[in-house]
Design a protein around this ligand. Sequence first.
Ligand code: CP
Length: 314
Amino acid sequence: MKLHHVIEAQQFDVPTLSYLFKVTEKMEQLVARGGTSDYLSRIMATLFYEPSTRTRFSFETAMHRLGGRVISTENAAEFSSVAKGETLEDTIRILNGYVDVIVLRHYEVGAARRAAAVSRVPVINAGDGVGQHPTQALLDLYTIRKETGVVDGLRIAMVGDLAQGRTVRSLAYLLSKYKDVKMYFVAPPLLKMKDDILSHLRERKVGYTEETDLQKVLPEVNVVYQTRIQKERFGDRTADYERCRGVYILNQDSLKLMKPGAIIMHPLPRLDEITREVDEDSRAAYFRQAQNGLYVRMALLTMVLASEPSSRRR
Ligand code: CP
């Protein structure tokens, strides 16, 4: 099964997700054996206009584990010709002459779609502002399957910055494809889940509730998906940020309310919204979740690189 651009979570159907996760399991085994050199002739560009630890390093590690090569700019706004006024579209056109796949993180919603519109080679959205982060949602879903054994029938609490959180937006789209899922959106009033997602869930008849009392929700769910209140998204609205931060913190008392088989996830980075002592509990899945990002991104790369190398397509 081939993929071309990876732009948004809605583009994946359940058979494609099942296939991706089968390939992902093979990638876990491949990494355990030390990787492969099968993709020696393929080159990936990582073009990042926003900071990243997990997404950029895991994509780059994924390409190295497949035997491919990587060119990268971690601060494209400063260290590429964007600093001289070059457009995103022209940058993408130029990279098309050099590489086989482009992984793009950008601060503007829709940037990945704009890039894909002018790109012959696959563009992978590694986060577009407050829009989407589809590859994070894929690794989240893989983690949920692996850790809890269920997706149909899942009960999940999404907590924190739901209005500006691209990871929860993409995950809600993906989960809406499965049966009998119920989502509990727990957020301060200023950061409630946006109506485009809620309308999508209503159209698909997916169960959801909007909550403010996290303690009431914790005993109900299989997954608690905590997120950071993202200071960088508030701009000069510092009073709003202060009003929202610290409202929902997961600590040892939260663990006592959770089911024994439930897990805590977080896309990371975290600040104080999960206290450090929670890390010791086996239900704290967030570091395993980040590790899964490597395997899922290896699987995605094999699927988008299944077509001819760009050098032969010209
Ligand atoms: N989860 C995530 O996107 O992390 P980074 O910002 O470190 O890539």
